[in-house]
Design a protein around this ligand. Sequence first.
Ligand code: SDX
Length: 431
Amino acid sequence: MTDTQKSATLTLNGENYELPIFSPTAGPDVLDIRKLYAKAGVFTYDPGFTSTASCDSTITYIDGDKGELLHRGYPIDQLASKSHYLEVCYLLLYGELPTAAQLEDFETRVTRHTMVHEQMHNFFRGFRRDAHPMATLVGVVGAMSAFYHDSLDVTDPWQREVAAVRLIAKLPTIAAMAYKYSIGQPFVYPRNDLDYAANFLHMCFSVPAEEYHVNPILSRAMDRILTLHADHEQNASTSTVRLASSSGANPFACIAAGIACLWGPAHGGANQACLEMLKEIGTVDRIPEYIARAKDKNDPFRLMGFGHRVYKNTDPRAKVLKQSADEVLELLGVEDNPLLQVAKELEQTALNDPYFIEKKLFPNVDFYSGIILEAMGFPTSMFTPIFALSRTVGWISQWKEMIADPQNKIGRPRQLYLGETMRDYIDIEQR
Ligand code: SDX
């Protein structure tokens, strides 16, 4: 970060404290409060981190007012239309778009790591068939630390690199295995002649009893969905991975923590919740009833796939996914899918409603993704696992950046304590 010699003055109890101001290459200035408690004996208070920069980073920049999302400076809509997921993985991990030779080497390294240790198949047998695939994903990814002992030492750059490639390569395999296990079909091994997205579809939808040919329309749409979900600054699950990693925990355990956080319906679980909401609404004539519920303070119902902590204009990913939903459903001959009609009508109704306008609530990345995934043949329970396998590269890129930062230290927030002050124990006879 650039030290601008600017500072802010805090006056507290008659004392003045200078807080250095750092200016970013893009976005708001930050106040450096690292020495505030030592100097002034006070904490700052920011539950939910609405005004807190937890780190500095060079990976992803979001402008919530302009609806901009940049990965290493490249706009998401250009990456979605001109690049592909593994190239975006390279960009996030190493900071620059690869040359043809670099890309080929990276794709080969990922391809050669797509199989999982054969004994990991046994983990699945311990789960109920009706376990949510996210439960399986958390368990099996965490258990990778029980197998890949030669890539656990986070202080060794070579082991960090191997762990990164293993996670990017194996998450689709494990997610596909979780899906196959949930429907009682045999696991399908990855194939080295297929690209990343096609391989995932193959592992999910092929069966030993017949030839399976990946539909290029679906693999292109799958690749675009993976690209759009790859990284997103310091969101809840990325912050979870950073905090877990700050203790020196191994990368597999930290990514499992990120998967667990992403599962929540306020975060990555919203794509499943959104499609279930659209199905519950069912027809456009029921939209007013649900809009009213979303506005009712006494009703916990929220429009899933709407709203965002950062985007207060539009989520650029939602725009690309809306176009992709139209294309994919038309190419599949299901453009009159009632869910898509309900989604579009719901979006228009909400965007013209004063409540949503005033609170700056717009469709986010989760609003249209589920419609595409369902059209591809995925059950709603697989939507968040697909988000997780895509976001693994973002988590890993942020993890590598943090581990390599000499300022890196364990994250240990404080609190505003509102509990009892000291008091003596009372024997049970006196209670
Ligand atoms: C993701 O952080 C990221 O970058 C996340 C993500 C990523 O790529 O990593 O982008 C992925 O998680 C997208 C968000 C998916 N979640 C949903 O779609 C769930 C529905 N949305 C919300 O729950 C909510 O909008 C959040 C969680 C996304 C954001 O919550 P905030 O920023 O904490 O905002 P808030 O809950 O304080 O809401 C502000 C106001 C409130 O009203 P008031 O209390 O001020 O009267 O807006 C209202 C909320 O009640 N509101 C909604 C609403 N979202 C917010 N009202 C109705 N429907 C909604 N969806």
